[in-house]
Design a binder for this molecule. Structure first.
Ligand SMILES: Cc1cc2nc3c(=O)[nH]c(=O)nc-3n(C[C@H](O)[C@H](O)[C@H](O)COP(=O)(O)OP(=O)(O)OC[C@H]3O[C@@H](n4cnc5c(N)ncnc54)[C@H](O)[C@@H]3O)c2cc1C
Length: 552
């Protein structure tokens, strides 16, 4: 820290990034004057917890209010001005114009930290301002929804947007006994994940009574119903909008601060904006993606908090850097969890990587110990360097553990070789001797080395004309979901029935989860067959991939 510490630091925005920055400033400098301007009525509230108050899993509203202005002052001697909106930044005079019920004020600063977050996108459609139409962003938003449900007893709801907040709200509304339809404009929900994971998640939602419509948007909202862009109408006593986040940049733009290529506020790795006396953190900024190095916006609480900490440190002359985000996220969906980190397969291809993928469909712990729950894991890697690029998981248990390990591996720029050597905790109630991450990395290594070449379900589908799908599932497994046009020889019979397998054209092996496909592939290779591929993830991945049809 230098000796010329600024004495007067103003923070605009008092929740995730702003509150963290304020507390950090005080811990680093007992003498600084620290002021937080917050336009809402609450400082440092738990916005991530709002859906769980609606669902009633969190019963007490006060549990969401993490700090009060008085509490902040008592502990940190930070002046928090709630209901005070900053309306202008005069960079020459280094002062903020702010508006509050008590009147307009001008607040000088030596250094300024912007932590204004974002605001929910509101589509411009007829009926959008109805009193049964909601967003969930703040405590007052939450109160309005809660009151509406208590007083009006809605029977049906439409949630517009199938991202994590929309899906959390779908679950919350179901918990209140409301019939829910999620309407998503994109072809799939959870667009940060690949299509097969979105399909698994969708099936899980449907199993819990949530209807899902994709590829359509809202075109009009009425009392009791909404019209969709495909001409259909669905019942909706209430509508929850969750269609995206816009960074809050009005002030920054008016002050002439530079905006980045993604539409977020431009900051350098010290979280400094284009004005050396103004730093910024959280949903309003754009940052570097740790995997592909491009600029991205990652509106998540973890990055906001860490960026706030770094901004505060550097405002006081420190030299901390923010090296980028991975977009690691996790969402509880009824009895299951979905999580991802880094790049999806789709995002990795768009970023120009030569992509490989591997799946592990395992129980969260050994199957002989009671209570194992199925877990779907996918890793995405670079075929050229073997570097991990991303991971996705879905299941009832052990999901977030795997994703956190993969996030750590991504931070360390690990390769499949590193992952295959990871020494992860094992005892029967917790894991298998080879964690699903070890297994997925073995599969990826075997693929890269050409020992057991894979085709993704989508690649295999594109190529199978002229080739043969060899279904090696057991007769019991195959008869439950036969694949039309496939040749069925159970894996254990392949050695004795080799002569039945065509000798021309490629062979695409379909097993239950890819494991016996790998074994079968070695048998065929040893018999001199060429052009043999194992379908990655087997039936458990293929069944969620568009274009494959199994007879029921
Ligand atoms: C319902 C919900 C659930 C979420 N769940 C998760 C989750 O599970 N995991 C996760 O990682 N993330 C989650 N998020 C996202 C996470 O909350 C945000 O990424 C994080 O809060 C961003 O922090 P921030 O400091 O940038 O902005 P915010 O926390 O939004 O704070 C910005 C504050 O600035 C104030 N402000 C803006 N302009 C002005 C002005 N001109 N003057 C004064 N004050 C101003 C706003 O009133 C606001 O309170 C969730 C968000 C919501 C809404």
């Amino acid at each position: 820290m230098d000796n010329q510490k600024p004495k007067n630091i103003v923070i605009i925005g008092g929740v995730a990034g702003g509150a963290t920055a304020a507390a950090r400033l005080r811990r680093l400098d007992e003498n600084a004057e620290i002021t937080v301007l917050e336009k809402g009525p609450y400082v440092s509230f738990a916005n991530c917890g709002l859906p769980y108050f609606i669902s009633r899993e969190i019963q007490r509203r006060s549990h969401l209010l993490l700090q009060t202005p008085e509490g902040f002052f008592g502990r940190y001697r930070v002046n928090v001005r709630t209901n005070t909106e900053a309306v202008g930044i005069d960079r020459q005079k280094k002062q903020i114009a702010a508006r509050s019920p008590k009147g307009d004020v001008t607040i000088p600063y030596d250094k300024l930290i912007l932590a204004q977050g974002g605001s929910p996108l509101i589509p411009e459609i007829p009926g959008i301002s109805g009193d049964h139409v909601f967003t969930l962003w703040t405590i007052p938003n939450m109160d309005r929804i809660h009151k509406f449900i208590d007083e009006k007893h809605p029977l049906s709801a439409v949630v517009a947007g199938g991202g994590f907040i929309g899906l959390e709200m779908a679950e919350a509304l179901r918990a209140r006994g409301i019939g829910v339809t999620v309407v998503e404009l994109a072809p799939q929900i959870m667009i940060s994940m690949d299509a097969e994971f979105a399909a698994m998640i969708r099936a899980g939602l449907e199993e819990n009574g949530v209807a899902v419509r994709t590829g359509v948007g809202l075109s009009a909202i009425h009392q009791g119903s909404v019209d969709l862009t495909d001409g259909s109408t669905i019942q909706a006593d209430m509508v929850l909008l969750s269609v995206g986040v816009r960074p809050e940049l009005t002030l920054a733009k008016a002050a002439g601060l530079e905006i980045g290529t993604t539409g977020g506020l431009l900051v350098d790795e010290t979280m400094r904006t284009s004005d050396p006396d103004i730093y910024a953190a959280g949903d309003m900024v754009e940052v570097v993606h740790k995997v592909h190095g491009k600029k991205v916006r990652v509106p998540l609480a973890g990055p906001a908090n860490r960026q706030g900490r770094i901004a505060a440190t550097n405002v006081l002359g420190g030299a901390m850097t923010y090296r980028g985000a991975l977009g690691t996220s996790v969402v509880k969906l009824f009895n299951r969890t979905a999580a991802s980190t880094g790049l999806s397969e789709k995002a990795a291809r768009e970023a120009g990587f030569t992509v490989g993928v591997a799946y592990a469909f395992k129980d969260n712990h050994v199957s002989y110990y009671p209570g194992g729950r199925p877990l779907a894991l996918k890793i995405v890697f670079d075929m050229t360097t073997s570097r991990l690029l991303g991971g996705q998981a879905y299941g009832e248990a052990g999901v977030e553990k795997r994703i956190d390990v993969l996030a750590t591996a991504l931070h360390g720029r690990m390769t499949l070789e590193d992952l295959s050597e990871l020494d992860l905790a094992y005892a029967p109630p917790y894991n298998s001797a080879n964690d699903p991450i070890n297994i997925a990395s073995f599969i990826g290594q075997n693929h890269i080395q050409g020992y057991s070449p894979l085709k993704t379900p989508a690649e295999a589908l594109r190529e199978i004309a002229g080739g043969t799908v060899l279904d090696v599932r057991t007769t019991g497994e195959q008869s439950k979901a036969p694949l039309e046009g496939a040749m069925h020889i159970p894996a254990d019979e392949v050695r004795d029935r080799l002569q039945e397998i065509p000798t021309s054209g490629n062979i695409y092996i379909l097993s239950k989860d890819g494991f016996l496909g790998h074994t079968t592939l070695q048998i065929l290779k040893a018999a001199g067959r060429k052009g043999v591929y194992n379908i990655a993830g087997g039936y458990l991945a293929v069944r969620w991939t568009d274009g494959w049809t199994f007879n029921a």
